[in-house]
Design a binder for this molecule. Structure first.
Ligand code: ASP
Length: 328
């Protein structure tokens, strides 16, 4: 066994199976905050959190808050990884994925949705108005149109320009770097300790037509269990789906891991099991019912936005690989 693999196995407790929580090097970084608290991924999370906070203050409803919050990133044409202005697939189509969960464990999602600027609100209506969890593609579009959503062209001139530039080389390899991903995942904990969460994305830029990532999949890009906590993911969706990333993080928290420990353990698992982990980025963000939160990524560069009553700021996630790659 290669030394690196051996060390990775040890980090996973020999088998990679879920064990009793271990004290990790970064355990002292575990942070706790007063409720309510709203966290979201990446820089566009900052203004999205502000909207979420204002919605919470007026409605006292965290589900409304996370929905309204991520709609800010979805509607902003300058955010090239979410909603309107999102970078298209390799054939020039903007296709969107989103998921929302409430404190009762209900979930709604849309995948491969075109022409609708705010997929998170369609996902919420799937949750509230249908017996299903996910609608996809043409069916999701029909459902949205039947429920009053407007059909719009989501490919902005800037995204079109970038797609045309990409087509000059047409590199189909799904390189994951700061340029072509940045899902917004938002986790909200209200003052009574109840959770709501939302996740929305245009997915990997230049993806194959029809590709769906982790973001709309319950337990992959987003998971919430109101007895325990919630987690969201960003980065290479395929790597997250394979591990049921956020479901397992929440399960680890149920068994006593802090959010920080759980995010680290999941990243370690990806490193141990996925041989090409050095070549892509994945980041996780998690919160528990007590208001402890944590984040961890494969590579440097993952940031998240924090909003409590007293503080709103961007925080840098810790990361696994010491070798810093320019692209991350
Ligand atoms: N996780 C998203 C996906 O794979 C990409 C991202 O986070 O930007 O679709």
């Amino acid at each position: 066994m290669k030394r690196k693999t051996f060390l990775q196995r040890i980090a996973l407790g020999g088998t990679g199976m879920l064990l009793a929580p271990k004290l990790m090097a970064t355990d002292s970084f575990q942070t706790v905050s007063r409720k309510p608290l709203i966290l979201s991924t990446w820089d566009h999370g900052f203004v999205s959190n502000e909207q979420a906070w204002n919605t919470l203050m007026t409605t006292n409803n965290m589900l409304d808050a996370v929905e309204q919050g991520v709609r800010v990133a979805e509607s902003d044409p300058k955010v090239s990884s979410v909603g309107y202005g999102g970078l298209p697939d390799r054939d020039g189509n903007v296709t969107l994925d989103a998921c929302i969960m409430d404190s009762n464990g209900n979930a709604g999602a849309v995948s491969y949705l075109q022409y609708i600027k705010n997929p998170i609100s369609v996902a919420r209506q799937v949750m509230e108005k249908t017996p299903h969890i996910m609608l996809s593609g043409e069916g999701a579009l029909q459902f949205a149109l039947n429920n009053g959503f407007k059909k719009e062209d989501l490919l902005t001139p800037e995204a079109l320009k970038r797609w045309e530039k990409w087509r000059e080389t047409s590199d189909y390899k799904p390189v994951i770097n700061i340029e072509n991903h940045d899902t917004i995942g938002m986790l909200g904990l209200d003052e009574n300790g109840n959770l709501a969460a939302a996740c929305t994305t245009s997915g990997l830029a230049w993806k194959m037509h029809g590709r769906v990532g982790d973001s709309p999949i319950v337990g992959a890009g987003l998971y919430l269990d109101n007895e325990v906590g919630a987690a969201t993911a960003t980065g290479k969706g395929e790597a997250v789906i394979k591990e049921a990333g956020t479901a397992i993080i929440v399960e680890m928290m149920r068994h006593g891991y802090t959010p920080q420990q759980a995010c680290e353990e999941m990243v370690q698992r990806i490193v141990a099991k996925q041989k090409d982990a050095e070549d892509f980025q994945v980041g996780f963000l998690a919160i528990n019912k007590e208001g402890q939160y944590g984040a961890y990524a494969l590579h440097k560069g993952f940031r998240y936005a924090y909003h409590s009553e007293a503080v709103k700021e961007m925080k840098d996630s810790r990361h696994h690989f010491a070798d810093v790659k320019d692209t991350y």
